[in-house]
Design a protein around this ligand. Structure first.
Ligand code: GAR
Length: 196
């Protein structure tokens, strides 16, 4: 049986689109729900075009623990019999108790070569530090931010005239290849690190 996957988004959902296309092509898992914490997320429209059930649950609190918000998410996950969660540009930190209730079942993509540049504004910090190499990482989600087991990593060069936007786009292009490839290996139970 293919695993039922929920994809969490907050914005344009381009990673969600590449995950869905890959699951449809390869059948290693099934995209069963797209969940956004922002009503304005344009990724929701893309999910509708795929005919994937989508929900938007907006937290009442701007940040920090919001038990009602997470309880509603859990209800939807149960409702759609979700077995695995892929965070794809989901810009809300989930509580420890939420993460602990899905042990080894939440993946995330982060736009840096973890463990370097955890958190926000990764490309800006990469540029400021004069890095020659950056990239993206797919990892398991644990209560500590951007710190779970690394499953896949792709490198991207930083070029002399790069801006935050040019790096963002070059990294995003790699994310669209790395995330599906890593998700497939994960669903097939293969534990080798995926590198690009
Ligand atoms: C991606 O670059 C992803 O790595 C990043 O948000 C973007 C979402 O783009 N995620 C984070 O920064 C998480 N800390 P998308 O909505 O087009 O997939």
């Amino acid at each position: 049986m293919t695993k039922k996957v929920a994809i969490f988004i907050s914005g344009s959902g381009s990673n969600m689109v590449s995950l869905v296309n890959s699951m449809y092509r390869q059948n290693y898992a099934w995209p069963s729900l797209v969940l956004s914490n922002k009503t304005c997320a344009s990724g929701l429209t893309k999910a509708k075009k795929f005919n994937i059930p989508s929900v938007c649950i907006e937290p009442k609190k701007a940040s920090g623990l919001d038990l009602d918000f997470e309880a509603e998410i859990q209800r939807e996950l149960k409702n759609y019999k979700i077995e695995l969660i892929c965070l794809a540009g989901f810009m809300r930190v989930l509580s420890n108790s939420f993460v602990d209730s899905w042990p080894g079942k939440i993946l995330n993509i982060h736009p840096s070569l973890l463990p370097k540049y955890k958190g926000l504004n990764t490309h800006k910090r990469v540029l400021e530090n004069g890095e020659k190499l950056t990239g993206c990482t797919v990892h398991e989600v644990t209560p500590e931010l951007d710190s779970g087991r690394i499953l896949g990593q792709a490198t991207v060069p930083v070029l002399p005239n790069d801006t935050v936007e040019t790096i963002r786009l070059r990294v995003l292009e790699k994310e669209h290849i790395l995330y599906p490839r890593t998700l497939e290996q994960f669903c097939l139970g293969r534990s080798d690190l995926v590198t690009m």
